[in-house]
Design a protein around this ligand. Structure first.
Ligand SMILES: [Zn+2]
Ligand SMILES: [Zn+2]
Length: 347
C-alpha cells in the first residue's frame, strides 16, 4: 500500500508506532522503559536490521559544509553512507566548529599560564550566537525519529515518494513550522518513546485536552520514566493535545499561545494599515518624480506652471518662494540654465 503524504494522519503515525512497539516487546520478551539510547539501538537492529553510529568526527558536517544543523540521518538500503555501507542511522554528536577550535587554544593558554607561574583563572569559550550544537538533542529521540518515522512510516510505505528513496538528512529547522514529513516522524517517534497510555498514566489519568501544570514533580517523574529532554516532554504533551502551564519553552505555553494568537490578529491589522500608508507614500513619490521629469524636459521654465499644478499654491506664504523651493533641486537644474533662471527672476 502506498500512502500519499497528505493522507497520512496522526492516527496512522500512532498506529504504526503502536504495532512496532508490540512487535518489539514480543521479540525482546520484555517491556522496557525508558526506551533510552541503548534500547533504541536494539530496536533498530531487532526490528529492521539497521545499525546506529554516532558521528563525533564531523563527517556529516564536512559533507554539507559548515553548520547545517544536522541532528541525524538515515541511509536506507541501497544508499551508501560516508561510512561505506547502507542500512545505517547516524546520530550527529560532533561539537560545533568554534568549540572544537577553541579547545586547543584554551589548553595552550592554560599550559602557558601554569609554566609562567601565573594564576590559571577562568578560561572559557563562548560560542558564536547562532552556533548549532547537536549534542544536547535526545539521542533516543533522534534514533526513533529516523527508524520509526522515516524508515518504517515513510521509506517502507513509499510515503513522500522520491524524497524517501534517498538518504534522509534531518536538520533542526530554524523556522518554527516543521515540514509535514518531519512532524509525522516526530509524532511516530514520540508515540514509540512515550506511548499515549503511559503518558496518561504518568499524569494520573488526565487525558487531553486537560490543562497540565509542568511543576517540578511532574518534570522529574516524566523525564526519568521516558528518558526525555524537557523539550521532548513538552513537545509530546502538546502533540497529544494537552494545554501546558509553566512549561520551560515559550512555544509550549498555553497561555502565551492565546496571547500570541491575539497578537497575530493585531499584527495583521497593523500590517494592513502600514500597507495602505506605504501605497500612499508611493503615490506621492510617483507624483513628485513626474514633476522632476517634466522639469528636466526641454526648457526649465516651460514645465513649471504645470509641474506645480498639483500642489495648489505651494509657495504661498514662503516670502522668497523660488529661492526656498529650488534649493533642493540642484541636481535637476544644474547644467541647463540655473543662472538664466536666477537672472530672469530678478527682472
Ligand atoms: Zn563554540
Ligand atoms: Zn527527519
Amino acid at each position: 500500500m502506498t500512502w500519499r503524504q497528505r493522507l497520512l494522519l496522526k492516527s496512522q503515525a500512532m498506529n504504526i508506532a503502536e504495532e512496532l512497539s508490540k512487535e518489539y516487546i514480543r521479540r525482546a520478551g520484555k517491556e522496557e522503559f525508558p526506551r533510552n539510547t541503548d534500547v533504541m539501538m536494539d530496536v533498530a537492529a531487532t526490528l529492521f536490521g539497521l545499525d546506529v553510529v554516532f558521528d563525533d568526527q564531523g563527517m556529516l558536517d564536512s559533507r554539507f559544509g559548515d553548520d547545517h544543523r544536522i541532528i541525524g540521518c538515515l541511509f536506507p538500503e541501497g544508499h551508501a553512507s560516508p561510512w561505506g555501507r547502507d542500512k545505517l542511522v547516524v546520530v550527529n554528536v560532533t561539537p560545533p566548529r568554534c568549540c572544537r577550535e577553541a579547545e586547543p587554544r584554551i589548553e595552550a593558554e592554560k599550559r602557558r599560564r601554569r609554566e609562567a607561574g601565573e594564576r590559571e583563572g577562568i578560561l572559557m569559550h563562548v560560542c558564536k550566537e547562532d552556533t548549532f550544537d547537536p549534542r544536547p538533542y535526545n539521542k533516543n529521540h533522534t534514533i526513533a525519529h529516523e527508524i520509526i518515522g522515516h524508515y518504517a512510516l515513510h521509506f517502507r510505505k513509499g510515503v513522500g515518494g522520491e524524497h524517501f528513496r534517498r538518504p534522509t538528512y534531518c536538520r533542526n529547522p530554524q523556522a518554527t513550522r516543521k515540514p509535514p514529513l518531519e512532524w509525522q516522524a516526530d509524532y511516530a517517534a514520540g508515540e514509540f518513546l512515550m506511548p499515549r497510555d503511559k503518558v496518561i498514566w504518568i499524569l494520573d489519568g488526565q487525558q487531553p485536552p486537560a490543562v497540565i501544570n509542568i511543576d517540578d514533580g511532574l518534570k522529574k517523574r516524566f523525564r526519568e520514566y521516558f528518558d526525555a529532554s524537557q523539550a521532548m516532554m513538552e513537545l509530546r504533551l502538546i502533540y497529544l493535545g494537552y494545554k501546558l502551564i509553566n512549561p520551560v519553552y515559550k512555544w509550549a505555553d498555553y497561555t502565551k499561545q492565546e496571547e500570541d494568537r491575539r497578537g497575530e490578529v493585531q499584527k495583521k491589522l497593523r500590517g494592513r494599515e502600514q500597507e495602505r500608508e506605504r501605497q500612499e507614500r508611493l503615490k506621492a513619490a510617483k507624483a513628485f518624480a513626474d514633476i522632476g521629469r517634466k522639469l528636466k524636459q526641454g526648457s526649465p521654465f516651460d514645465g513649471i506652471g504645470d509641474a506645480f499644478a498639483g500642489f495648489g499654491d505651494p509657495f504661498a506664504g514662503l516670502g522668497d518662494p523660488f529661492g526656498q523651493a529650488f534649493k533642493g533641486f540642484d541636481g535637476i537644474f544644474s547644467g541647463f540654465g540655473g543662472r538664466n533662471f536666477r537672472n530672469q527672476r530678478r527682472k
